[in-house]
Write a protein that binds this ligand. Structure first.
Ligand SMILES: [Zn+2]
Length: 203
């Protein structure tokens, strides 16, 4: 990525790393947003839009922060949203995309750095989003799990919570871990390919 030392990539995902070099960190985050905007052209995202618009999907819980699902209704981003940023001093919120062309990630009111509204290592998850995810799971009829890291706590407990509430669980692409054990139906296949195929069947 332009202007970013690969050794700094992990650093910029920590709170300490951001504080030590906010401008270097923004160079990295900008790249994440640009890649996410390109990703939105992928057929997978078109499928998500169609299934949500048709009412097959009521909500999406994602660990992605890059904004690839921006514009989809009822998306819960449990680790926050890179498309928003906030002044570290006064708390004013800005649209990241509007600041990218100028590259000035500075609050115009007090000249303090802006921080992306994502959960960096060393920070707590946004409480509101986590509660939304837990409530949404409890109210669901069916949960489809795609590409969830079984080691990624506490998100990895959401399928268990679904089972606790009697929600049917379809797991795509897992076996031999606790997420697989939650499955009422298990599809051993590529998650993205499977999702696109399901969309074609329903369309
Ligand atoms: Zn400010």
């Amino acid at each position: 990525m332009e202007g970013v030392n690969q050794g700094d990539v992990g650093k910029y995902l920590t709170l300490e790393g951001f504080r030590s070099d906010p401008w270097g960190a923004w160079n990295y985050y900008k790249g994440m947003v640009q890649r996410a905007l390109e990703l939105r052209e992928h057929p997978f995202y078109a499928c998500i839009h169609r299934l949500v618009d048709a009412g097959y999907i009521k909500s999406i819980i994602t660990v992605c922060v890059d904004g690839a699902l921006a514009g989809v209704r009822n998306v819960i981003q449990v680790y926050g949203d890179l498309l928003k940023c906030k002044c570290v001093t006064c708390g004013r919120v800005y649209d990241t995309r509007k600041l990218i062309p100028s590259g000035r990630f500075i609050c115009p009111y007090d000249k303090a750095p802006l921080k992306p509204m994502i959960t960096l290592y060393g920070e707590s998850m946004p409480e509101r989003e986590w509660i939304r995810a837990v409530v949404e799971i409890g109210c669901s009829e069916l949960l489809i799990v795609l590409g969830l890291d079984p080691c990624e706590a506490p998100i990895n407990m959401l399928p268990v919570l679904a089972k606790y509430h009697g929600v049917k669980v379809i797991v795509v692409g897992y076996e031999g871990n606790h997420i697989g054990y939650c499955a009422d139906h298990h599809i051993i296949s590529d998650p993205i390919r499977t999702f696109i195929d399901v969309c074609r069947e329903l369309a």
